[in-house]
Design a protein around this ligand. Structure first.
Ligand code: PMP
Length: 403
């Protein structure tokens, strides 16, 4: 993976006092390879124009860049057609779209929306908002002590009132990989559609939406080496077709008159206003980049770093890892006796190690484990054993100071 590391210019950034950067905050956002940075730069140098509207050469280039990202995504996640790929601002935007356009019109008082206890706030709050507006309830599948979600517990909570289930593919806070294919199959046996929050999954594991059976799959480009502010919502055509748009404006219409407006075809019906065209161009480059990686080798590499870090952290007195589910992704959440998570983050930063501290936008999950915050190290393809060594060295010195 040394070749991968060399593709990311920021990783050779030297911090104050000559410290080497060990970037272990990949679950928050990933760094960008040169090809992605160049795609954004190229777009503004050679193509900048608005999409879909003009016939001049630049507009055609811009439209091509914007639409070819969609075509790449079709192949990347094995969607049935480009009509099923809605460009969004990211996972949060995609989930809100489904909550407002699919769930809200279908929810009545007493109906249920099924989620799990480990969800990110962006897969909790949109459901609470539509529940509040309709009198529906959010039902929560509890998390087990090791951070896993049991298929049986999920199945038990599906009811005749469940209108939709919304579940993470991988937990950003613990790294737990949920048995999404089995959960989707269980939901489908009761005719319940499932939205998968794929924010954490795409950079680490191949995603085939049709093999999973997902009805909706929301993701963010910035978690997979693309810029912030661009993502994709995959939705099964039949469902998207039946959904009204919830944002009106340019591009999403077919005809507008004061007597009434008709909407554009899929997927444009859900893409009101001038989109993030440079973001799409760079996202396309990110998919090309990831497509060129051996994802099995990446998974094995990240797993080796996870194992190495976990073993070394288990040797540190007073350090407790939260989330030990079998088969977890390369994310380690932990607490240390007598040290606040923020102090761990600050002290590690002084050694060049970047981790995340806080509730990770998963406050109910923190409450479940009786903590207000954890420290979290999360790995990507470009991390190496030197990053792990820097983390462990830093943690030992923190333990010596506070222990
Ligand atoms: N869900 C999960 C599991 C996440 O990790 C994140 C990002 N931390 C989100 C949703 C929200 O993604 P975004 O902020 O890019 O919309």
């Amino acid at each position: 993976m040394e070749r991968v590391r060399a593709d990311f210019p920021i990783l050779s950034e030297t911090l104050a006092e000559g410290r080497r950067l060990a970037y272990l905050d990949n679950a928050a956002t990933t760094q960008k390879p040169l090809s992605v940075i160049r795609a954004s730069d190229d777009y503004y140098r050679h193509a900048n124009a608005n999409v879909h509207r003009a016939i001049h050469a630049l507009s055609q280039r811009a439209t091509r860049a914007y639409e070819s990202a969609r075509d790449r995504m079709v192949d990347f996640i094995n969607a049935a057609s480009r009509d099923e790929i809605v460009h969004t601002r990211g996972t949060t935007d995609g989930i809100n779209l489904v909550a407002q356009c699919y769930a809200r019109p279908r929810l009545a008082a007493g109906d249920e929306i099924l989620i799990t206890e480990l969800e990110h706030h962006s897969n909790i709050v949109p459901w609470q908002m539509v529940a509040e507006a309709t009198g529906a309830h959010v039902v929560v599948v509890p998390v087990e002590d090791d951070g896993s979600v049991s298929l049986a517990a999920f199945e038990q909570r599906l009811s005749d009132r469940t209108v939709i289930a919304a579940i993470a593919h991988i937990s950003n806070a613990l790294g737990t990989v949920l048995p999404v294919a089995e959960m989707i199959a269980a939901a489908h046996r009761r005719d319940v559609p499932v939205l998968v929050d794929g924010a954490q999954a795409m950079a680490h594991t191949p995603v085939d939406v049709r093999a999973l059976g997902a009805d909706f799959y929301a993701m963010s480009g910035h978690k997979i080496f693309a810029p912030t502010g661009f993502g994709v919502l995959y939705g099964r055509r039949e469902l998207l077709e039946a959904m009204p748009p919830y944002q009106g404006g340019g591009d999403m219409i077919e005809t507008v008159s004061f007597a009434g407006t008709t909407y554009n075809e899929l997927p444009y019906k859900f893409e009101a206003g001038t989109p993030n065209i440079a973001g799409a161009a760079a996202f396309g480059a990110a998919l090309e980049y990831v497509g060129g990686l051996d994802l099995d080798a990446v998974a094995a590499h990240e797993h080796a770093l996870l194992e190495s870090a976990t073993a070394a952290m288990n040797e540190i007195d007073g350090l407790r890892i939260i989330g030990t589910a079998p088969g977890k992704a390369a994310i380690i959440s932990f607490v240390m006796d007598g040290v606040h998570a923020h102090d761990i983050g600050t002290l590690l930063d002084e050694t060049g190690v970047a981790i995340r501290t806080g509730h990770h936008c998963a406050m109910p999950l923190m409450e479940r484990f009786g903590v207000s915050a954890t420290a979290r190290a999360s790995f990507a393809a470009y991390n190496d054993q030197a990053d792990v060594d820097a983390l462990i060295k830093g943690l030992h010195s923190i333990q010596r100071i506070f222990g």
